[in-house]
Design a protein around this ligand. Sequence first.
Ligand SMILES: [Zn+2]
Length: 156
Amino acid sequence: MIYPYELESGKNYPVIDDFTINHCETQGNGIYVERRFKKGEMVARMTGITVPYILQHTLQITPHLHLYDPHFSGLLLHSCDPLVCLDMNKLEIWALQDIQKGEALTMDYASTEDILFRQFPCACGAINCRRWVTGRKESINDSGRKYLRDLERKCG
Ligand SMILES: [Zn+2]
């Protein structure tokens, strides 16, 4: 088990055989899969502590309730063309695409978050990359506007 809690077995909570959790900044934070997942397959069930505020690694359940899960789902990386989506009612993670062994799990942060803990530049490489990531209910902040302006200038 990846979670350090007593959890009901057979519920699809993540196990160490299926995932490598990397907290290391130099090798890239994230959750790397140790086996293939097919599109449409449940990747894992998540759990954690609910808090009434946004932290760096929380995921929004409702605008006033956020899941704090530093062991698993809080380590999902962002992509504008993500590999997984989250069902924040059932606390389930589902594969949106086929996922190959060794890939890092990615989600679109704007799919769950109204407001991000912090907006950030994105270079995920997706054709539809937004270049600057915000929550779904907030607009691009001053840093983002400057970043995108500079990017446009560089790209001519
Ligand atoms: Zn992107």
